[in-house]
Design a protein around this ligand. Structure first.
Ligand code: ASP
Length: 260
């Protein structure tokens, strides 16, 4: 909100002074990216240290719990992808789900390999328009919006992580707190950036909210890249299904409008 107001206010300022501010902001943005670059260089070592500490604290039994967690989250993704979306496609979009999913293979492959909704956007725009027949106006509106705010795979994963870490640390979450976790997971998934690991910082705030130690996130960091690939596929496919649904509604509305 502040950035929007600031940008609007800047347009009211004389050209030369505005340019000075823009130059300053660009340099600041580059410096920030540089800082992130330092963190990324340190990340492999830091993640190793975090995982080492947690594993030495909880012992090797943690690994079997971790594999159960992995299996559970992947099962959630599969239900969403191959049960829920096909149901929506069949009942709301009224299109054969199998053929639809087959056309979406390039989108899923890009999402899986990049772990980024944003990086997948050009592919999903192309396939949605060319292979699924969604009009450019609809695809161009729904997909970028979805890549930013629609992350159901992320919400699903966040809920599972908080419960898993709570159990490992022996934190008892009452039903009210569990409902709170669900709500916070949905809200924070809206705010998560569509980049690899974009949801992890927000996930720590959810954990802190319900009294689960945020540094417990270390337990899942080692396997997160794998799950990130899967949840990005679920996120992006949610946007594509939504675009197909909006297209169907638009076609129906156009048909109704042209009828005498
Ligand atoms: N990688 C995810 C995406 O781009 C975001 C996340 O859950 O970390 O959709």
């Amino acid at each position: 909100m502040f950035s929007l107001l600031f940008g609007v206010a800047l347009t009211q300022i004389a050209e030369d002074r505005r340019r000075a501010m823009l130059g300053w902001l660009s340099t600041l943005a580059e410096a920030m990216v540089g800082i992130v670059g330092f963190a990324m260089k340190l990340a492999p070592l830091a993640v190793f240290c975090l995982i080492f500490t947690v594993t030495s604290k909880f012992g090797l039994s943690l690994l079997s719990k971790l594999s159960f967690y992995l299996g559970l989250v992947v099962a959630g993704y599969l239900v969403q992808l191959f049960l829920f979306y096909p149901l929506v496609l069949r009942l709301l979009v009224r299109t054969p789900p199998l053929a639809f999913l087959r056309k979406c293979v390039p989108i899923m492959a890009t999402a899986f390999s990049t772990s980024s909704s944003n990086a997948t956007l050009p592919t999903s725009l192309r396939v949605t328009k060319e292979s699924l027949g969604v009009r450019p106006g609809v695809a161009g509106f729904v997909l970028p919006l979805g890549a930013t705010i629609n992350m159901n795979g992320t919400a699903l994963f966040e809920g599972a992580v908080v419960l898993f870490v709570a159990q490992v640390f022996g934190v008892q979450l009452e039903i009210g707190e569990q409902i709170m976790v669900v709500l916070l997971a949905v809200i924070s998934a809206v705010g998560a950036a569509g980049v690899p690991g974009g949801s992890l910082p927000l996930l720590m705030t959810i954990m802190a909210q319900v009294g689960v130690p945020p540094d417990g996130i270390a337990i899942i960091l080692g396997v997160d890249r794998l799950l990130d690939m899967g949840r990005t596929v679920v996120n992006v496919m949610g946007d594509v299904v939504a675009a197909a649904f909006v297209e169907r509604c638009e076609v129906a509305a156009d048909g109704a409008a042209s009828r005498p």
